[in-house]
Design a binder for this molecule. Sequence first.
Ligand code: UTP
Length: 225
Amino acid sequence: MHIVLSLGGSLVNTEQGTDKEYLAKIKAIIEKSEASFGIVVGGGFAARKKAKKLREKGASEFDCDTAAIKITWKNAKAVIDALGSIVYPKALKDFYKARKLADKHKVVVMGGTIPGITTDTDSVLLAEALNSTRLINISNTDAIYDSNPKDNPHAKKYEKLSYDELIELAIKNDKRTAGTNFIFDMLACKLLARSKIEAHFVSGKNLHDVENAINGMKHNGTMVV
Ligand code: UTP
């Protein structure tokens, strides 16, 4: 069984550099599990900073995305270095190669693929390619809420959502102003729904939740089924 982890770039790469201590803890969780893993690593603050800088210089969105993708590959390499011998040693850039290698290695790690999408979508596409039935979104946000908990102290947290409810929340959020992105992008939500992949949204800082989600057990985040 392959489990896909969508690992937020900001958990891997903080402004102080690679968080090796954190990645060692993720490694320990992976080693304990009997499953194989496909990990997709995001860009984090470095990707946002780079894209902003290029945009200010007049670069096209295509070129901003391309530069951000390079940062996801760099973050993917940092994850590979931290995981050591259990992982295929190169950051993968396409799903076909990842699929080919996934049966031979405990872990394969990817970054972004093409401009115009995000690693949310890449992670669901990887799950489809690997026939994974479980995807864990590991980010700085501990669950899915009906509104942004940073702006609304009364935001309602969801323990469980259907695919239709998830898509409805993504649509509602799409109409908001820039900079308040929904936790999972719309295309990624739709792909989850079409393949009925069980998805868990947990905080990367709560390693107990990460482990429970990997094992399909109850956690403090949101489960989409
Ligand atoms: P992320 O997946 O980390 O983007 O990829 P995000 O969702 O904007 O970041 P978080 O989750 O809030 O931290 C970083 C950027 O890399 C480009 C996009 O510009 C994306 O915003 N990217 C990534 C692509 O263009 N294609 C990909 O396949 C992946």
